[in-house]
Design a protein around this ligand. Structure first.
Ligand code: PRP
Length: 171
């Protein structure tokens, strides 16, 4: 097994997720909205976050994949699309990591084209310095500069998603 360095503990995650849930609940002021979790990475974060949201919400999941090795907008596609109605709704998209930001851009355009009333992003980890598009998440759990992270939903070739803490995977 590869060496891993603990970066964010489960206690820190619990604390931050509570804060995010409170902030989101305040911002939406008891209005109903639709939470869209991005599979697979955000499954755990989404499950924890929605339990901290006090508003009336709907929940659905989507999955996005790229044809090639990168995530340039043209190469992205839905491998599982949303099943609930988008038209006229306020939407909160929940992501595990924002890296280049191209997935976020693709999703923002796709949901806007389909008539969302508003679109906000909540991301657990923002790798801000790697951004290639001019888009910033509305809610950010942690800003982590470099390194390959695993655990709490994040994987390396589908391993480590189940770990309750977040680790930096050593080369
Ligand atoms: C990760 C992450 C985002 C995307 C971010 O997904 O969950 O969706 O990459 O990258 P970007 O900002 O450069 O577009 P990944 O393809 O690893 O799939 P997974 O969620 O199934 O692990």
């Amino acid at each position: 097994m590869a060496d891993k360095e603990l970066v964010i503990t489960r206690e820190e995650i619990v604390r931050r997720v509570k804060e995010l849930g409170a902030e989101i609940s305040r911002d939406y002021e008891n209005n109903r909205f639709l939470v869209v979790g991005i599979l697979n990475g955000a499954f755990m974060f989404t499950a924890d976050l929605v339990r901290e949201i006090k508003c009336d919400i709907e929940i659905d999941f989507i999955r996005v994949a790229s044809y090639g090795m990168d995530t340039t907008a043209g190469t992205l596609r839905f491998t599982k699309d949303i099943e609930l109605e988008i038209q006229g709704k306020d939407i909160l998209i929940v992501e595990d990591i924002v890296d280049s930001g191209r997935t976020m851009m693709y999703l923002a355009n796709s949901f806007a084209e389909r008539g969302a009333h508003s679109i906000r992003f909540c991301v657990l980890i923002d790798k801000k310095e790697r951004r290639e598009v001019d888009l910033c998440p509305d809610y950010i759990g942690f800003e982590v500069p470099g390194g390959f992270l695993v655990g709490y939903g994040l994987d390396c070739r589908e391993q480590f998603r189940h770990l309750p803490d977040i680790y930096h995977l050593q080369e």
